[in-house]
Ligand binder design. Structure first.
Ligand SMILES: *[C@@H]1O[C@H](CO)[C@@H](O)[C@H](O)[C@H]1NC(C)=O
Ligand SMILES: *[C@@H]1O[C@H](CO)[C@@H](O)[C@H](O)[C@H]1NC(C)=O
Length: 201
């Protein structure tokens, strides 16, 4: 026997309307999947390959280390490889920083440049340390390394770049390059060991 107090059960949609709703839902779902696939395929095609940075040469002159300051002229040859077949790169700005552990020694700026597709560009940078302040422990360690004939420096590059593919240009992004423990010899007779860098885009 029906209970008159029970709430009325929901009336089902008429069969034709429910069919229409299901049909629209299916079309929407198909569209979403399709858009997702298009985005995925475009990404896979465009996806930029890793830009590769190495340090090919390094030298130092005018090295003058007092108990807590350093002056020196550095000379680095950086090699930038853009392996992409479809993507070229605008370098709108680039800054190179040399440090010894937490002590920043020198900066250099690189003029804006454009790197074509599948291109290798050599960048010569000459950061100058002008009486850079050193922590006492760093100064001591640097002196010890110097007497062994070479010092290990960290090189960091920070660049603002835009990627270009066909007529499309990306917004500006920051490229960070970190070349740890680059061994710089004081004698030019010692052969420089190429150093690999980590690249973060
Ligand atoms: C090294 O630096 C100190 C302090 O900055 C300066 O007095 C001295 O003349 C410099 N020596 C050389 C050889 O440049
Ligand atoms: C890379 O691009 C630069 C700038 O356009 C050009 O001068 C250089 O010759 C190119 N290098 C190679 C290996 O194609």
């Amino acid at each position: 026997m029906a209970n008159p107090a029970a709430p009325p059960s929901q009336t089902p949609l008429p069969p034709r309307r429910s069919k229409l709703v299901r049909c629209i839902a299916l079309i929407l779902l198909a569209l979403i999947v399709l858009v997702g696939l298009v985005v995925l395929i475009t990404w896979l095609v465009v996806k930029p390959k890793r830009i590769v940075y190495t340090v090919e040469a390094a030298s130092v002159s005018g090295f003058n280390l007092t108990h807590d300051h350093l002056s020196a002229d550095f000379d680095f040859m950086l090699r930038s490889v853009n392996p992409n077949r479809k993507v070229s790169i605008y370098y709108d700005s680039m800054e190179v920083m040399v440090s010894y552990y937490d002590n920043i020694l020198a900066f250099a700026e690189v003029q804006p440049f454009y790197q074509p597709r599948q291109n290798v560009t050599q960048l010569e940078v000459k950061p100058v340390a002008k009486s850079a302040a050193l922590m006492e422990s760093a100064s001591r360690d640097l002196r010890l390394e110097k007497s062994s004939g070479g010092v290990e420096l960290d090189i960091r590059v920070k660049a603002r770049i835009r990627l270009k593919m066909g007529a499309w240009k990306s917004r500006r992004r920051t490229l960070k390059v970190f070349c740890p423990h680059v061994l710089v010899h004081f004698s030019s007779a010692k052969k420089f060991q190429r150093a690999r860098c980590d690249v973060d885009l």
